[in-house]
Design a protein around this ligand. Structure first.
Ligand code: HEM
Length: 239
């Protein structure tokens, strides 16, 4: 019964809150769908912490897609053995996780130490930061401790098929229930984070200005200070 609650009911509850909460936030707070930027208050630490956190997280997300969505037999089909996969995920995962945690550490230090930035932090954001730290530290523990120091664990035989089961609407709770504690704690915190997502500054991930990369150029012209007659080409001028 507990396993069904944790690994079948809870993930769908988190997904419903994530989707419905985002739609609600979009409808009622369209212009607040942002990071609530604090760059004007402090930019020295932000310049270091923000890229470290965001690029680290992009690598973490890439690793999650590869490890959770791509089935093990597909990587094996392409000649990647479990040992090779393990070594790459340990190396890249540790690097990405450490960059993300260090970046978040700098951002949180800045947020606590700069009074204006601290003042611009909502109650929901404070709760979100605590959960985010727990997700990242538990994730790093799965990679560095369970997968590294303790010799390794093949999560692509349990956590990954469970995750794909959630997406395909037939999750098998016994798969997650048999995973080591660090994985279960990590995934539980991740579900809480997804549920909090729309109600915190994390919602800015859905309003990232991606279209900026492909939008047409904006043409800027300097103001022409000459009198109107001299601005026109000679053909248009009265003779
Ligand atoms: C239900 C969602 C999630 C599942 C099933 C999941 C699963 C996993 C697994 C299996 C690992 C171990 C990877 C390895 O050892 O190679 C891991 C590591 C990690 N996870 Fe997650 N995770 C989820 C959500 C998240 C979220 C939302 C974040 C961050 C906001 C996150 C951050 C991390 C970090 C930092 C690591 C360690 C570095 C790495 O291996 O990439 N995870 N996660």
């Amino acid at each position: 019964m507990t396993d069904v609650l944790l690994w079948v009911v809870a993930p769908y509850l988190a997904i419903v809150l994530l989707v419905a909460g985002t739609v609600w936030r979009y409808r009622y707070d369209k212009f607040g769908l942002s990071t609530r930027s604090s760059q004007l208050y402090e930019s020295r630490l932000l310049r270091v912490g923000s890229p470290l956190f965001h690029f680290g997280l992009l690598m973490v997300v890439g690793g999650h897609v590869l490890g959770l969505v791509v089935p093990k037999n597909l990587t094996e089909f392409f000649g990647v053995s479990e040992e090779q996969y393990h070594l790459v995920s340990l190396g890249m995962g540790s690097l990405a996780g450490l960059a993300t945690v260090t970046g978040l550490g700098i951002l949180l230090w800045r947020r606590v130490r700069t009074p204006a930035v601290r003042g611009a932090t909502t109650g929901n954001d404070k709760v979100m930061y605590v959960v985010l730290v727990c997700v990242l530290l538990a994730g790093l523990a799965t990679t560095v401790i369970t997968n590294g120091v303790q010799g390794g664990y093949d999560y692509r035989s349990t956590v990954s098929p469970w995750f794909r089961g959630v997406l395909l609407l037939h999750p098998d709770p016994s798969l997650m229930a048999s995973a080591p504690l660090s994985y279960r704690v990590h995934v539980l915190f991740a579900m809480v984070l997804f549920a909090l997502w729309p109600f915190s500054r994390l919602v800015h991930a859905f309003s990232a200005p991606v279209r900026y990369l492909v939008r047409p150029y904006i043409v800027y012209r300097s103001r022409d200070e000459r009198p109107v007659e001299r601005r026109m080409s000679r053909e248009w001028q009265r003779r």
